[in-house]
Design a protein around this ligand. Structure first.
Ligand code: 1HE
Length: 267
């Protein structure tokens, strides 16, 4: 297995918890966790190694009152980049976010405060989003003379639909509270701490067999890019591998001998 050297990270705080859950925290709260190029490189590094390092689930958080303010606008302004330079910046964002979405390790984002611009692009690359009552979502690129470059045209459009995506970009519209959940920007909203709820979900997810989680957190995304015929074929192949894994036999035996939990409606 690969090894994650936590001392290599500075813009991220990376911490292993019990049960194989790792907490990855954007750790520049004085800059509202704006995504400079060093932070993106650290995300690439972590999510490149995590699938081979026994990481069972990741909670992705932001230090301070805001999850993430998006692209580091000060760095971008100072660097005065050429089109080719910024294209390559965006390709590194895609490298990081694709590693998250397709890597096979469940990523649960704990959101508070601003989840805006590139911060929303980052959050939408997670598999599950938990928001607290302070969290809000927006794409301010339009007003800043910019355009999304970290995958929002794909992932945010997937979440909210084309017309809402275009409205968010044109008008800077802010979504928050239950409405954000109803639209699919987050799956959970809590009165207390989104981090606590995300940890609870991550611990539950970490009890699944790793190969099941790998399939759930890579195959569904890959299959969305395929024709229905090819997706059905790929699903059969993935199920062939996952559903015959030796580690599943004990769980099937527990169902057969009636010691496994039954699926019941919520009280
Ligand atoms: C930043 C950034 C940033 C804050 N880049 N430094 N994103 C945006 O357009 C969001 C821009 N940020 C904001 O609207 C606000 O800062 C927040 C709502 C996130 C937070 O507000 P607030 O009042 O708590 O903080 P602040 O006073 O605005 O900022 C505190 C510090 O964080 C300040 O630095 P300081 O050194 O003067 O103390 C800010 O400069 C710094 N800061 N946000 C750099 N984004 C691949 S394309 C992606 C396209 C995009 O993401 S466009 C960016 C959209």
């Amino acid at each position: 297995a690969a090894h994650i050297d936590v001392s290599r990270f500075t813009n991220l705080a990376v911490e292993a918890q019990e049960d194989g859950v790792w907490v990855v925290t954007l750790n520049r709260p004085t800059k509202r966790n704006a995504l400079d190029i060093d932070t993106i490189e650290e995300l690439v590094e972590f999510f490149s190694v995590a699938p081979r390092a026994g990481v069972k689930a990741v909670v992705l958080a932001g230090a301070g009152d805001h999850f993430c303010a998006g692209l580091d606008l000060i760095e971008h302004h100072d660097a005065d980049r050429s089109p080719a330079d910024f294209m390559h910046v965006c390709l590194r964002w895609h490298e990081a976010f694709n590693k998250m979405e397709y890597g096979g390790v469940p990523v649960i984002a704990a959101l508070q405060g601003a989840v805006v611009g590139g911060g929303l692009e980052l959050a939408s690359s997670a598999h599950v989003r938990v928001m607290d009552q302070s969290a809000y979502f927006a794409l301010p690129e339009g007003q800043r003379g910019l355009f999304t470059g970290g995958g929002a045209t794909i992932r945010v459009t997937d979440l909210v639909g084309k017309s809402r995506m275009i409205d968010m970009m044109l008008t800077g519209r802010v979504y928050q509270g239950q409405e954000a959940v109803d639209l699919g920007l987050a799956q959970y909203i809590v009165d207390g701490s989104s981090l606590d709820k995300a940890m609870e979900l991550a611990r539950r997810v970490a009890e699944n067999l790793p190969l099941s989680n790998f399939a759930i957190c890579s195959a569904v995304s890959h299959m969305q890019n395929m024709s229905a015929m090819d997706a059905a074929y790929a699903e059969a192949v993935v199920a062939g591998v996952v559903n015959t894994q030796p580690e599943a036999r004990a769980r099937l035996a527990a169902f057969a001998d009636k010691t496994a939990a039954r699926v019941r409606r919520n009280d």
